[in-house]
Ligand binder design. Structure first.
Ligand code: NAD
Ligand code: GLY
Length: 363
């Protein structure tokens, strides 16, 4: 097992990464001793991993409750939140209780928000089970539910007391979900670490074959990079954490325009990163060779590289809806060479050129 740390003063926490951690006594026994624990999962992950987590917790917890939400982004909503609160209140959970979020990013976000709200905040342990949640959503304390008028619009920052990443659970993850997670891994290489990007180029076949040492390095290094950013800009106030949204502005436009759920979030981000690379090139900040490398890596990961064939105005319209549009201006994350990024406004005319470039291809 490897343990990293997210350095946030009194709210610092460990990220444990390894195989078999769902039932590892050294992870659970002391942390949950004599406390009430509520495990929030869904009806896909619960049957796969719920019983073993429950048994591990029962060794030393005072009480263990299991709550199963329906699977899917559609259930990242107020009804799921209420289901968790109902269970907590009916069982008289105290302020010392711990919420364990066992699932992908959807479960992590809704269970995390429940932990942030219940009695004004109880402890949370993230146990992410998708690659995307292991490399991104479980670290950093963003929690939320969706509102009919906007995704992730109702939420809070609530850091977990620990993140427990058991790589063994990736064995049951569908290929399409693995690829979606790889989009976020590629993102770290693009914005922060050209050496890691080159390692991903060399290692993609091994990652797709789920070779444990390759996955371990991808997960660990992604968590190291994310932890570093969160430690320096926890609440996305300095602009540093916003760099993690590379590819997301274009990606959200695709997700929203096609209807959420048509493409997975990671698929839209993969394609969005190619668009953002084209934009960086149009701004004179990224060579055509590097745009090609990004497109090739995204494609190799099994992700789409061409967006829907909409006119530029349609993309701009959806991007203006995005919550990252600030004071009426869309803020883009663009590269300044591979491994470095910045946030800036860009003239619509330049964005139109970039969209045209990405949609027609540049081979
Ligand atoms: P998800 O939670 O919907 O999981 C994807 C699918 O895989 C689901 O059907 C799930 O039940 C299933 N699954 C999970 N683990 C499995 C396993 N081990 N074996 C088999 N099936 C498994 O999707 P996701 O990609 O993990 O997360 C997406 C969500 O994360 C979105 O709601 C997004 O907004 C959120 N997100 C949050 C942050 C953050 O910082 N909080 C960052 C990125 C994304
Ligand atoms: N996924 C973006 C963030 O955590 O800030």
């Amino acid at each position: 097992m490897k343990t990293l740390n997210v350095e946030l003063g009194s709210r610092s926490y460990p990220i444990h990464i390894g195989e078999g951690l769902l039932t590892e006594p050294t992870i659970w026994d002391e942390v949950v001793r004599n406390r009430q624990v509520i495990v929030v999962t869904n009806d896909r992950v619960g049957p796969l991993y719920g019983p073993q987590v429950e048994a591990a917790l029962r060794r030393s917890a005072r009480e263990v409750l299991m709550v199963e939400l329906p699977d899917g982004e559609a259930y990242k909503d107020q009804a799921s939140l209420m289901k968790i609160f109902d269970a907590m209140l009916e069982s008289h959970l105290e302020r010392s209780a711990i919420v364990v979020a066992l699932g992908g990013g959807v479960v992590g976000d809704v269970a995390g928000f429940a932990a942030a709200c219940y009695q004004r905040g109880v402890a949370l342990i993230q146990v992410p089970t998708t690659l995307l949640s292991q490399v991104d959503s479980s670290v950093g304390g963003k929690t939320a539910v969706n509102h009919p008028l906007g995704k992730n619009m109702i939420g809070a920052f609530h850091q977990p007391m620990a993140v427990v990443i058991d790589m063994g659970v990736l064995g049951t993850l569908p290929d399409r979900e693995l690829s979606a997670g790889l989009a976020e891994v590629i993102k770290y290489g693009c914005i922060l670490d050209a050496t890691f990007f080159a390692w991903l180029e060399a290692s993609m076949p091994r990652l797709l074959r789920r070779e444990p040492d390759a996955l371990a390095h991808a997960i660990e290094h992604s968590c190291v990079l994310k932890a570093r950013i969160v430690a320096r800009d926890e609440r996305e106030s300095s602009g540093l954490r916003a760099l993690l949204n590379f590819g997301h502005t274009f990606g959200h436009a695709i997700e929203a325009g096609l209807g959420f759920g048509t493409w997975l979030h990671g698929e839209a981000v993969g394609c969005g990163m190619v668009m953002a690379a084209c934009l960086s090139h149009e701004l004179g900040q990224l060579s055509l060779d590097d745009v090609r490398r990004i497109e090739q890596l995204v494609k190799q990961a099994g992700l789409p590289v061409r967006g829907p064939d909409w006119d530029a105005q349609t993309y701009l319209g959806w991007m203006a809806h995005d919550k990252k549009a600030d004071s009426g201006q869309i803020r883009y994350i663009v590269l300044r060479g591979l491994g470095q990024a910045e946030q800036r406004g860009v003239d619509d005319a330049v964005v139109r050129h970039a969209l045209a470039m990405s949609l027609k291809g540049f081979d």
